[in-house]
Structures are given as structure tokens and as C-alpha cells.
Design a protein around this ligand. Structure first.
Ligand code: HAM
Length: 409
């Protein structure tokens, strides 16, 4: 019979990779909590129009990457391609704005985009992310960026922070007009995709990786020349705060991001270790989105990081507790072995009760194979063996053995 395989672009995360996944999420979670963020657990499926109206009708995500289907009730739904839109929907729907003050939320989980799979790019991937609602001060931008840096630092991941400002939607409209005029002059030398994008999403031409396009956009009008005094002042403040917090950054006037909802600040943390998929975390402000989705006018900002990309960059996992295996040397000691394993686990130790039947030798072999650092042979007494040094110690009394192991690890 033919074997059923996983779907292209989807992954099984297990073994060492699953440990990395959990380590990343736990590390981020601790930092989110230090910064006083609360968790939100969001649905995987949303009404398709949520993403069309937020991420943007002309973006790649909405145009060609969403997993869209009609559910059995005839609703047009999509698997979430990102977490910001759902968080905004929840903020409005659950009337979180009514609590007053501002709201700081974080999330973790799977996202789905029908992209061409390659190293660091999958169709189901996972993000950790956070969003802040109800605060327009540039202090929030700087602190959010610092929090992302703290997460990356805790994971010992080296990155470059790139920042830019996109101004208001009004500023951008003027800029796009000038950019279009400029790009239209060089149409023949731009790649096919960029030719389409001049009309649909001209900002993305600035992102193009094709050399001839890059040459043309080098001389293109700069967004910073179209941005209001207010936005520029805000950007200056953010830069000052980042300097004060010792967060190094480079300004990248070509950084535009692939989602439409951004206003003012945008940023990306990139690495030179992942080839083309070099952005590990990214985000920015989206001061108009809450209102656009039917909520009260609410400034907001956030970020998300790709867990799989972080997994490719995390090198050392923290040391784990050693595995202790309990072996009953004959059937009559099985119950005592069960009880001992139970008592050790109550002391937070990591214990395998060797369940294999057969000779002592075969049980020992199995204990070795699964990586036991210690083995305890249970008979009328308890014999503790260090598998690395071969040292052995005999205990008449179970409590003494438990105490020693508990204190050791
Ligand atoms: P994004 O840039 O689309 O932004 O995604 C954020 C991060 O998710 C990327 O930098 C990357 O690390 C990871 N990522 C994206 N697509 C894939 C993929 N196909 N495979 C693996 N990893 C991927 C957002 O999603 C925004 N919601 C961020 C945000 C939050 N902005 C404001 N608040």
C-alpha cells in the first residue's frame, strides 16, 4: 500500500527540533511576561474578508498565498496567514478598548501561507508575536523593538535591526504617486513582476531582489522626502530612545514590508545566516487598522518572529536533567520499581521505568540506548550506577537514595 506523506511545505517538528521550538517559545514567553503582556489564543480560521481588509487586497499574501475554503455552512474562510489581523478583530469584538488604558497582547502558533517552500520558508510555519493597542507615544515603538531584541539576545541570536518610517497613509499616497512616475520611465528595464507591481503595489518594487530592478530603485525618490514633519520627529525620537537603550540599528529607506496596514515605524531583524529567508522578526505601527476594521480610532503596533527561522539559528539548548532509568532485576520487584520511579518523579526528576520484559542484559542495553545517565537496579536493595563513570553505590534504604538524587539534580 502506498504510504501517506505530509503535505508539501508542512513539517513534523520532533526530537531536538521540538525541544528548540519549546525553548524559543518559553524564552519569549518569559520576556513577554516581564514586559507585562498578556496571552491571547486566537482562532486558526477567520472570515476571509478580515485579511483582505487588513493585510491588503493587492498583497502577495491575499492575492496568492492564503488557504481559502468554503466551510460546510457556506462561509468563505481562510487559515490565518498572520496574527495581527485576528488580534485586532478580537480587540474590537471583545471590546477590550472599553477597559481603558492600553492593551498589550502576545500570541504563539501556526500560520499558513501558500508560498514556494525552501529552507526557512514553509506553508505552515509558527510565529511568536505581540501587539500593543491604545498608545501612540514613540516610547512604545522603542520598547517593543527593545523587547524583540531582548528575546533574540536571550536566544543568543545575532541580527541586524533595520528601521524605517512610512509616514501616514496620506504621505504614502503622495510618495507612491512620485514613485510610480519614476518607475514608469524605466519600465523596459524592470522585471515582469515589477511591471505588474507598478500598478498594483509599487512600494514592493523597492523590495525586488533582481539586480536590474535594484539599480533602478537606487535612484528612485525616497520616502523620507515625502513624510510629514510630525512623522519625522516621531522617527527621530524612536532613534534617540533606541540609542539610549543600546539597541544598534541601521536606517533602511527601502524597507517597506509586505503588508499594507503599516503607518510610520517599520522594522526588521535580519541575519546573514539564512540565505534569502533572512528576516527573523518584523513589525511596525498600524495606527489606522483598528478603525479600518470597524473599531474606535486606536493607535497600535506589534511584531512577529518566525519560530522555524529562530530554530535554525539557536545553537545551544540549556542542559536538561539527566535521565535516570529504573530496572527491576526480577518480576517480583516490578511493583517496587514502579513505586520508586513514581517517588523520584515527585521530586521533579526525569525517570524512565524500563518496561521491557526479558533478561537483565537486554534491559540494560535499552537503558543505554535511550541515553540514561544513571540506572537504578531494584531488588531487595537499590543499586545506583553512573553510566558514564561506571561507579556504583548500594542503598539499603530507598529514602536515602531519593534524597541523594534530589539534591544532586
Ligand atoms: P511578516 O513579515 O509577514 O509579518 O512575518 C513575520 C515573520 O514571520 C517573518 O519575519 C518570518 O520570520 C516569519 N515568516 C513569515 N512567513 C514565513 C514562512 N512562509 N515560513 C517561515 N517563516 C515565515 C507579520 O506576519 C506581521 N503580522 C508582523 C506584525 C505584527 N506587524 C505588526 N504586528
Amino acid at each position: 500500500m502506498s504510504k501517506i506523506k505530509k503535505i508539501r511545505g508542512f513539517q513534523d517538528i520532533y526530537g531536538e527540533n521540538a525541544k528548540k521550538y519549546r525553548y524559543i517559545v518559553e524564552t519569549a514567553r518569559k520576556i513577554f511576561e516581564k514586559y507585562n503582556f498578556e496571552e491571547i489564543i486566537l482562532p486558526f480560521v477567520e472570515d476571509i474578508s478580515l485579511f483582505v481588509r487588513s493585510v491588503g487586497e493587492e498583497t502577495d499574501i491575499v492575492q496568492k498565498e492564503m488557504y481559502v475554503f468554503t466551510d460546510r455552512g457556506g462561509r468563505q474562510v481562510a487559515l490565518r496567514p498572520e496574527g495581527t489581523a485576528s488580534t485586532v478583530r478580537a480587540y474590537i469584538e471583545e471590546k477590550m478598548y472599553a477597559e481603558g488604558g492600553y492593551k498589550k497582547l502576545f500570541y504563539e502558533g501556526a500560520m499558513f501561507r501558500y508560498e514556494r517552500p525552501q529552507a526557512g520558508r514553509y506553508r505552515q510555519f509558527h510565529q511568536i508575536g505581540a501587539e500593543i493597542f491604545g498608545i501612540s507615544s514613540p516610547l512604545a515603538d522603542a520598547q517593543l523593538i527593545k523587547m524583540v531584541k531582548d528575546i533574540l539576545d536571550s536566544l543568543n541570536i545575532q541580527t541586524t535591526l533595520e528601521i524605517n518610517t512610512l509616514g501616514s497613509f496620506e504621505d504614502r499616497k503622495n510618495y507612491i504617486k512620485a514613485l510610480k512616475e519614476y518607475l514608469n520611465k524605466y519600465k523596459e528595464n524592470l522585471c515582469e513582476t515589477c511591471n505588474v507591481r507598478i500598478e498594483t503595489n509599487p512600494l514592493r518594487v523597492l523590495d525586488c531582489k533582481v539586480e536590474s530592478c535594484k539599480d533602478i530603485t537606487k535612484e528612485a525618490p525616497k520616502i523620507t522626502d515625502f513624510i510629514s514633519e510630525e512623522s519625522l520627529t516621531r522617527f527621530e525620537k524612536i532613534k534617540d530612545y533606541l540609542k539610549a537603550l543600546n539597541v544598534p540599528f541601521v536606517e533602511n529607506p527601502r524597507l517597506v514590508r509586505g503588508l499594507d496596514y503599516y503607518t510610520d515605524t517599520v522594522f526588521e531583524f535580519t541575519t546573514d545566516k539564512l540565505g534569502a529567508q533572512n528576516t527573523v522578526a518584523a513589525g511596525g505601527r498600524y495606527d489606522k487598522l483598528v478603525e479600518q476594521l470597524g473599531g474606535p480610532a486606536t493607535p497600535a503596533l506589534g511584531f512577529a518572529a518566525g519560530i522555524e527561522r529562530l530554530m535554525l539559528l539557536v545553537e545551544n539548548l540549556p542542559t536538561e536533567k539527566p535521565l535516570i532509568s529504573v530496572i527491576s532485576i526480577a518480576d517480583e520487584f516490578n511493583i517496587e520499581a514502579l513505586k520508586l520511579a513514581d517517588a523520584l518523579r515527585k521530586k521533579e526528576l526525569k525517570v524512565e521505568n524500563i518496561m521491557k520484559e526479558g533478561s537483565l542484559k537486554s534491559k540494560m542495553k535499552l537503558a543505554n540506548k535511550i541515553g540514561s545517565k544513571y540506572v537504578i537496579f531494584v531488588s531487595e536493595k537499590y543499586e545506583l550506577k553512573n553510566m558514564e563513570t561506571g561507579e556504583q553505590e548500594i542503598f539499603e534504604n530507598k529514602e536515602d537514595l531519593i534524597d541523594i538524587l534530589k539534591d544532586k539534580f
